[in-house]
Design a binder for this molecule. Sequence first.
Ligand code: NAD
Length: 509
Amino acid sequence: MFDGAPSTPTPTHSPATTASLTPVPITVAEGDGIGPEIMEATLRVLEAAGAALAVERIEIGARRYLAGASAGIDPASWDSLRRTRVFLKAPISTPQGGGYKSLNVTARKTLGLFANVRPCVAYHPFVETRHPGMDVVIVRENEEDTYGGIEHRQTAEVTQCLKLISRPGCERIVRYAFDYARRSGRQKVTCMTKDNIMKITDGLFHQVFAEIGAEYPEIEQEHRIIDIGAARLATRPEDFDVIVTPNLYGDIISDIAAELAGSIGLAGSANIGRECAMFEAIHGSAPDIAGQGLANPSGLLLAAVMMLVHIDQAEVAGRVHNAWLRTLEDGIHTPDVHRPGKSRRRVGTRDFASAVIDRLGSEPRHLRPVNYRAPSLPEAPATSAAPAPAIAVRRPVKELRGVDVFVEWDERGRDPAALARLLALAEVPPLRLSLITNRGVKVHPGGFPETSCTDHWRCRFVADGELPLSPAEIIALLRMLHDLRVDVIKTENLYAFDGERGYSLGQGE
Ligand code: NAD
């Protein structure tokens, strides 16, 4: 086995194929539940296939959580990850409650893993699926969006979660998706956003998709609104090839896609960063079958295949993948995919791995064999901790035009006209009250009595007269509001960039 004490690299060569390959250090964590079983099976296959790896082992998961590591990993283990920059990770069990943090989210953020790549492939007729032709790769942005976890309770009734979408973040993931498509010979990239509603945040993602897409004219490209896009993915997945999305939509549609392919237990994923990469199965630690030797190691094995491509051992990756496809075709199945009539042998984890090893060197006869000539996971730009934006090289001219003052107010029957009269007392020229909305809907001037109002009001003050406004004028307004005992919970400045409005209008404005 590629074995080693924690943090002790152990070079391993297979005489068959790796004589010329230098062992690549990787960090391995066997995780919880079925983790140790599927990791052992995976490493056995890799070794037999001739992967040149120097394995460093670390412990993560339940035992580290219970020993007091709030993210399920010891500080010293980060040293191994920083050294090897390649992490093959089995699933872990995250204890419920108690302030434990998700190791996956921590690893993604700490290691800057900006791209989540999840191939969702049907293996018809060997694994049941309603979509035999499905072969979709989801490329999900992994660091931004609502996943920054910036949330607040602002009033007695209202909470908020900040959705942050940056131009460098969009450029990085969109370029990654196009490079992935180009290098893996895929024909089309579909972008999915909700920019008919979120015109500024999702609009930026869509705009960057169009800008960067222009550099890849040979690749077909389209944009779909996420709702209809997800519906189409569920009914006609054959229409899609590579899909690129912001974080939240990607999180949701990648599980849908894996399930549609009929293979949630068979899918692996790669988390690619500027410096590091992490590879894992998409399923969890399956405590219900842990220790029984029944788990399917395929998800982790396919993640390991992606890892081999990433570390330039593409030939070994192809050998493992093709042997695995042949094993499936030969009807040698673990209980989760075993179907009487379709399967030939029902096997446990170890025997499945042995069956794959027996087939190393053979190719599938019905399913399409893989050929990883060139890395299909494009390298992330190495020096892009703060990457220069590829397109916006000049910083735009920013002009302050007004301020949205968010107010908690629960008086006078929540009558917007009464709130407007109160706020008018605070108007300090050049700022005047132009609009009040409640949950985004205009309630003043000229709202509808049918609109149900919470205790959370967005009160827009804009400059009458000469621009730009000075921040001191906003401070003067806030002082007046304070003197009037208005409960200001937050403010948001209204800017124009190069003369273009940088804030949304209220619904009905
Ligand atoms: P799960 O994916 O572990 O299990 C769901 C079902 O699928 C179970 O019936 C399980 O037996 C089956 N299953 C999963 N993987 C299988 C495999 N390889 N072979 C055969 N059957 C398999 O999801 P869960 O039960 O919701 O979560 C269990 C634990 O895993 C939780 O503690 C959760 O937090 C954790 N989890 C970890 C990760 C990760 O580390 N990446 C991901 C998801 C869930």
